[in-house]
Unconditional design. Sequence first.
Length: 231
Amino acid sequence: MFLAWRSCAPDRPEHAPPLLVGAAKPDAARIDPGTVGRPDGFVDGSGWPDACAFLSDAEIRAVLPQATRVRRTGGEVKLRTMNAFDATGGPLTAPRGSCTYTFDLPGLHGVVIEVSEEIDARPAVVEMNWSNLLSNRHDVPGALDAESCAAGITALPMTCRKGQLAYDVGFDLLQASSTTALHDRKLHVKHGGKSTAFDLDDDRSALSRFQGTVIEPELAKTINAKIAKGH
């Protein structure tokens, strides 16, 4: 939940400006999925790309122009079963397979984008395992420049697959803390020439849907445009 919305001057609260939402603008960098070297068709964990390089500061600001103080915290991904269709599978650890991007927006501290790689393997292996990633998700029309993308329902992130890679990307400002007051407990958002006010007391689910249907797809399009075809 949002923490208490507080003001430095209780008699004249400083209201947060509207949240601006833009569109994907991928840069020229490429995400290399690595070389398949395992008998089960996977890239060894040390060869998985660095999830903290999936989104540059400029790419985050293309989607969220007011983002400041972007910080990255990398983490590992552990898989127990590499390929349910192949007995040669086994455990794998990708030491750079996940990343938490934390940044600030006007009036909000600790907004988060989470990126986590699910599979780095031959495309045929990704295809075989894709259905296992789709629980409580539904396909996104147009696939966002990937083979497939599936939108999360409620708190689940978006999942995409392109070539050798399948990954999750999630955006969350509902857990951020606020440094300013809100107008009538509403968060105002400007996107595509329209303004929307989300009531944080009566319908927080509407803001969650906006995150999953507008912001996460732009982040996914940014990442998908950069994923190389592999080896």
